[in-house]
Write a protein that binds this ligand. Sequence first.
Ligand code: GAL
Length: 688
Amino acid sequence: MMLVLLAAFALTGFSAPQFNPPPVLKWQEVAPGVWRTRVGKREKLTLLSAAEAEPNRGALALMPKVDAPPVDLGQSSGEMVETYAMARMPLQPKEKLFGMGLQMHGSDRREGIYHLQMDHYSKGVDRLHAPTPLYISSRGYAVFFNTARPCSIYAGVGNRLGDPNNPPARDRTTDPKWEAQPYSPSVEASVQAPGLEVYLFAGPTPIDAIRRYTLYCGGGALPPRWALGFWHRVPLAATAEDVLKEVAEFDKRGFPLDVLGLEPGWQSQAYPGSFVWSEKRFPNPAGFVAELAGRGVHVNLWENPYIAKTSPMFKPLESSFGSHTVWLGAAADLNVPKAAKIVREHHKQVGVDLGVSGYKIDEVDGVDFWLWPDHARFPSGLPGIEMRQVYGVLWQRELQRLFHDSGKRTFGLVRGSNGGATRFPFAIYSDTYNHQEYLTGITSAGLAGVMWCAEVRSAKNGEEWVRRMQTAVLSHIAQLNAWADGTKPWSFAGFEEPVRKAMEFRISLMPYLYTAFAEYHYEGTPVIRAMSLVDGGEETDQYLLGDDLLVAPMFAGVASRKVRLPKGNWCDYDTGEMVGNGQTIEIKPALDKIPVYVREGALIPTIAPQPRAGRNTKNTALIVRHYGNGPAEGRMYDDDGETFNQEKGSYAWYSLFSRDGTSGLLTTANKWTVGYDKIIWRHVGPSR
Ligand code: GAL
């Protein structure tokens, strides 16, 4: 019999090809539900080390217990191939993948190739403001490639020779089931590096996997309360006088304002920057910042971190500059501790000690022309190619360290971030200005472990202005960036009221938003949750804000849109009327209406709109909005809103409840008591 079979093979020339996968990877559980492996050698700098990420082990221990790895690790493999470090993870036929950095299109990342590289996004899908090499599976786990190199991820594409999990090959001419892209049983990632570290985060659900990733990076950022108000940036060359007039105009017209952003003109020289105040435009910086502080407005300063010869930082930093300039400014290597200290001390003296509340770190993205080439040298030994991936992370790290040392919380903006940086209080923004893409940015930020600011700048008409503003107020930072053309919230005659209404809506949500940020900080749950994290949905134009609000912004030029309601009863935010459960509805919202829906049975903590959201909560009533006619519950976080005393236990979580005609608020904390004057319980909607 044996002989006959051998003879048959010899005749046909056919034998099953041998499957020679790379060696199986050895994994180690490094925290509850977190496994790590490595191919090749440990790299000098990784994303986690650049961010100095320290796992929040206490919070990780409270996550759902996981008995076994969520994927068959016996099917993982990896090896060095010439100058590449490669790792391979199994992928099941029906599995969906999400993430792959801060992508601005679509949601489904299966069957794609992603060359994740830091860049100004305008150049396309692989060049991202946050190229986090992280993917999340619909099967409830996440994989993170901890590398500061551009990482290529081949997700469900390509088949290895002889892999028993490959589908059968088909004849294109005769078989209708032939596919241009056959099912591939793996995700393969590679970097040009001596090694690659890989982390696997268990769920059990996709959102739990992201939570575990965030907590492993040290948790999410906790902004100060004032940062959740409205931000306005003034034109490039504005003077102190212009700014004070503008703030007065906000107050006179009754538009809320918490943060005032200065653009390059606050410096005596920019592109490259002097990092000192312009004596001409801001003759008395301390007086200026104090004057605004007195009016309850916080100052945020623009900078791109490229240092001019005229800067007092230039000389002291000279030995730690990279080989190449950016706009002819020198780029300091913040991995050199002495250099990082000089940068911090300068920012303290020129900014933080004056009362400056934070920074906008501009143009730390860009492969094309402004950042240095791959082969640039930096004194810590990092080549340009790696430094580009993490430069924004290093600046966030040092500025956050400065604010932390000063005992004041900050919130700011950055144009490039990456994996590991979840705890840094900076939101990403972009110059691309496509409304649809901005909305995708909001929804997908949480899939890349970052935050997003969908700022408004300009519009073709009043309708677009309003619709953009409605999106901006429901992103991580609500900002009007008038650096180029001086637009104001009231610039479009006849459209002031819907704009004011949107801004006031943002302010009213402050206690709810602050709670969502606290959930991010302490529990790792993204503030804004893509539908893929909620229930596996693929929509990029709607999302959950916190636990209980479903947001579906409108675009200009359309009269209606579809909203898919997740399972459960959903109520209209304003009227409380039930709109559906689990189905897709078609809505035609009036211009002043932001489509926001609330889970039935939710209690939403809010305040009345006020000119400054961030003023302390004394003399303010907490208004708890009750949706549905049955029992309801909610959650609220509170602390002093600006210091780091919460790290010493000075904070409180409250359970809100309303049942059987009784409403109340319970807490177990004793170091902090809610500051609100009184609580108003408000049932929203028709009684049934
Ligand atoms: C851009 C940035 C803008 C503005 C401008 C100032 O690159 O995205 O928001 O700050 O620089 O020059």
